[in-house]
Design a protein around this ligand. Sequence first.
Ligand code: PEP
Ligand code: MG
Length: 596
Amino acid sequence: MTEPSTSEQVLRGIPVSLGIEIGPAFVIQEEGFHLPTLAIDPSEVDGELERLDKAWETTIEQIKGMRESQGEGERQLFDDILEIHLMLANDIPIYIGSRVEELVRGKLLPVETAFHQALNELLERLSKSPLQRSEDVADIGDQVLRNLVGRDAAQFDEIEAPVIVVAEDLSPSMTVRLPKDKVLAFATTRGSRSSHTAIMARSLEIPAVVGLADLVDHVTEGDLIIIDGDRGQAILRPTPETVSRFNRLREAARQRVEAQVHLRELQAETRDGYVIHVQANIELPEEVEAVIEHGGHGIGLYRSEFLFLNRDDLPNEEEQFLAYRAVVEAVAPDPVTLRTLDIGGDKFLSSLRTPREMNPFMGWRAIRFCLQQPEIFHTQLRAILRASAFGNLSIMFPMISEIRELALASEALERVREELRREGEPFNELMEVGAMIEVPSAALVIEGLAPMVDFFSIGTNDLIQYTLAVDRGNERTAYLYDPLHPGVLRLIKEIVEKAHSFGKRVCMCGEMAGEIEFTLILVGLMLDEVSMSPISIPTIKRLIRSISLEDAVPVAEEALRMTDPSEIRSFLRSKTLELAPWTVDYLPAEAVSASA
Ligand code: PEP
Ligand code: MG
């Protein structure tokens, strides 16, 4: 734990969502909750300590209750763990009880804050002892805190004035709950550009910086912070001069955005007439407004799983149908590509207890989950097909890794078509079907997949992590996560060429599609569509309109002959600047973009 400083301090991290914001810090602890810091009244001391006693009682009941929920087979194993946990639940208060009382009575700290501090001190001591059971202690402490603070961990409803959210990490389901009108920006210790949390920040148009080492240790609740999502830095406790400088930078950025508003209605057509459809990615129906505002010609990726997060039940067919139909109608006549449930990885259903996995991104995720949960899949397919009667809707399956998997998904879809026909329920018989290419093994068997689909959509966020064996959400290995790795570029080329040879169109809906440093090579590789966060659309359109296919194809060919990602990056940067000098204000600085 680092001692918090009181003077200006600059922390560098990974810029994930553009924009500059200045405001007071609202700190969410590692365990996902916000601890109150306002001193309590002396008359509240006894009541606070009683709350802690109650939280312990509840925790002990919960531990006992968990035993009952185990099957016969697991009981024996569980009994051993249960015994240890019950023992610890009785012992921990002996170790920290007086310290908690001292902090509550002496310093008038709210009991959850006092408990958190005392528990951390105990964990610190345990980490130095050879007989530690610190993981179990931390687990139980976490459970007690949850019982004290309330089950719904991150207490965003406590936010009153606009704040900068500071956290170790934010899960996609927490991010989606951020109150947009009260959260100016966020900063986290963990994360990377293509984590779902970063993607959400861009969708919500909330400036964000992640991968800020030791952030939470350096910040005290209420500290003034500047989040610079353009350059990837957080300035803690800035001086008045720094605040004025960043206010000027923010104004300049706002003017740049305004200067591109006129592009909204224009097509993304190269100077020699090659049209690339520029579409938007959305997570929730509310985002459609931003798509239209930023000039997206349809939705290339509708991440339907967000309708399933943060709730105790599964959305039924009618609810899904209404949500999908609303999006389709709002965007019509432009197209909407809806992706079937991509759950697992870093997105979990609170309504369904799924087993913990060692490698969730490699595990029970996306189409694998749906094929093994036929009822959930069936309900969603019915809702999607029914919504197809109301506009230009297509469907795509995520994380296809083998031909048989796509065949099974297509069969399931066909069975639902037959069912709806029998019921006389209207749907679009010609609704297009696509497969996401996010796994290298799928990229290498395009010829086997092509006969079953109308289009492919390259999900580079996953394709890169699976090709390079680099976790897309880990800030420590973020330097290896490079869309310009020659292996990734060759796969993209292979996918496009093979798909085109079967007459199938290819979209790219991973984050790579929305970054202007890659646009030139993506045009040169002849993608048909690109789909991105709405906020990126104007700049990408402007760049496509500034270049010609005649320039882009040889650039792609030359880049593909290179073997070093940093050489490819410099080459693309200089070619982009040569063909579209205005990009100098938009391209990431060379030092930031180099793989370091
Ligand atoms: C991708 O993997 O590139 C993609 C678009 O899907 P997601 O980011 O939701 O995994
Ligand atoms: Mg994906």
